[in-house]
Ligand binder design. Structure first.
Ligand code: FO1
Length: 311
């Protein structure tokens, strides 16, 4: 593996698994993760960045392995007291997790950009790789649903457990949000870009919607591949296989090519998903993409990086 600079685009739990694998394979300083911030929301005045925190906790080795979000072994004293006060408590905030949101909110209120906030938090947790919010500007995923009308993302995803039928998804603020200078530099310098197996609509699209990102990706000489989050037409976790058809998006191999059209040189899919007549000029790596163990994550990361050398 030559000294390649790799940039990973990642959202929440699914993407964080491959990020973990890449982080084991690549030396410090060679991996930069560009994280989704459109899941961010304010709860009790606290600025919560779920996708950044999932990647940060995963790379710090403290993520809750069952849920993929929050901190392993966290306690729920604060939440229990909120419920005692009559709060619904549908968004479960662990006591240690709250420290992250308190400090992030405190620094943001001092005018510290989210990029610097994230650098301070990841540094303190000993994370050797760079985690960059795609933008320091406001960005919020909104879901227009049949049953409840327009829902902010976490109300759709957590409170309603992504069961409502989605008619439309958009990213409030995308027209004015700009990628940070750090993101622009990381993309310009990247030898390889890996779009992780996160939800293409809810986690990757909001990253691509930020001003300058698509152009930066298309302007690169280096290779870019996307890893399918689907196995046998099903999502490994989360709403992707339900949501995308609701939005009229095809989740087949061809559908994924179209979704990432113009951005990727290759697609990583599971052996369970035989490609139909995919354009011959496209490269496909068919492998086992289910990451159950840490070894799976490292194996997949190695396979992808080695394969990208051949593109
Ligand atoms: N997801 C849930 O399904 N239920 C929760 O109670 C929940 C709490 C939570 C707290 C902090 C945090 O950073 C993430 C949390 N998540 C929870 C996950 C989060 O909603 C999703 O992981 C992302 O927004 C989508 O990737």
């Amino acid at each position: 593996m030559s000294a390649k600079r790799v940039v990973a685009l990642a959202g929440g739990v699914g993407g964080a698994k491959l990020v973990y694998g890449l982080a084991q394979v690549l030396p410090a300083g060679q991996l930069t993760i560009i994280g989704n911030v459109a899941d961010d929301f304010t709860l009790y005045g606290l600025h919560i960045s779920p996708d950044l925190d999932t990647v940060m906790y995963t790379l710090a080795g403290i993520a809750n392995p069952e849920t993929g979000w929050g901190i392993a072994g966290d306690s729920w004293q604060m939440l229990e007291m909120l419920v005692r006060y009559g709060e619904e408590g549908w968004f479960r905030l662990g006591d240690r997790d709250v420290a992250t949101h308190v400090l992030r909110t405190h620094w943001l209120a001092q005018g510290v950009p989210l990029t610097e906030v994230t650098a301070r938090l990841t540094r303190a947790l000993g994370v050797p790789h760079r985690l960059l919010p795609v933008t320091d500007d406001p960005l919020a995923t909104m879901v227009d649903t049949v049953e409840y009308g327009i829902l902010p993302f976490q109300e759709y995803f957590v409170r309603r457990r992504w069961q409502p039928v989605a008619r439309r998804v958009w990213f409030e603020g995308a027209e004015t949000a700009r990628m940070t200078a750090e993101v622009a530099q990381a993309l310009a310098e990247a030898d390889l870009v890996v779009i992780c197996p996160s939800n293409p609509v809810l986690s990757i699209a909001p990253i691509l919607a930020v001003g300058g990102v698509r152009q930066a990706l298309q302007g690169r000489a280096g290779r870019c591949v996307a890893v399918s989050p689907f196995i046998g037409g099903q999502a490994v976790k989360g709403p992707a296989a339900k949501l995308m058809p609701e939005l009229g998006l095809d989740i087949s191999v061809n559908g994924l090519w179209n979704f990432y059209a113009g951005l990727v040189d290759g697609l990583v899919i599971d052996v369970a998903d035989t490609p139909q007549s995919v354009g011959e000029h496209k490269a496909i790596l068919m492998t086992y993409t289910l990451m159950k163990t840490d070894d799976d994550k490292v194996r997949l990361a190695k396979e992808i990086l080695d394969w990208m050398e051949t593109l």
